[in-house]
Design a protein around this ligand. Structure first.
Ligand code: CA2
Length: 145
């Protein structure tokens, strides 16, 4: 049995579907989880799907992914634009890292145009709402050993 794909989501994404549906879509994070699980299952993969508002918790899970995951999908949310701690943790991984965003941050405010995560990501999926996560899981499954 291969290791699971880890799918991590950062701050405020627990409130997905509650506000700004025009930017982030109408689905809740539970809906996104169901989409990711269905896609992973159809590709013969399992999934660990987690969200935290806390930077240190995300660092702990990234470190866990070093030994427990076959690939990592991460929507770092705002921490992508600010967190060197997440970048340093991600640098320690020897598995594919797929950065994922619901919106297309490159088409929004200037402060969203760059993320630290992109420096170490294998690839980036953004701008497709909840489908960004599904596509990222598919990419992770394709890249995983
Ligand atoms: O587009 C994305 O997925 C983002 O990672 C979302 C982050 C934003 O800071 C990034 O630039 C792009 C914000 C997540 C906020 O989550 C919300 C949840 C419910 C309602 C409104 C925002």
């Amino acid at each position: 049995m291969s290791k699971p794909i880890y799918v991590l989501s950062g701050p405020n994404l627990n409130l997905l579907g509650v506000r700004e549906p025009e930017i982030y879509g109408k689905e809740t994070l539970d809906d996104v989880r169901a989409l990711c699980e269905a896609r992973a299952t159809s590709l013969g993969r399992s999934l660990v799907f987690r969200q935290s508002n806390h930077e240190g918790q995300l660092v702990d899970w990234i470190q866990e992914a070093r030994t427990e995951a076959c690939a990592l999908v991460i929507n770092p949310a705002a921490y992508g634009h600010t967190s060197i701690a997440l970048l340093d943790a991600l640098k320690m991984l020897d598995i594919p890292i797929i950065e994922c965003h619901l919106s297309n941050p490159a088409a929004r405010e200037a402060f969203r145009r760059e993320t630290y995560v992109s420096l170490v990501a294998t690839g980036l999926v953004s701008g497709f709402g909840s489908a960004s996560y599904e596509l990222a899981v598919e990419a992770a499954a394709g890249k995983a050993r």
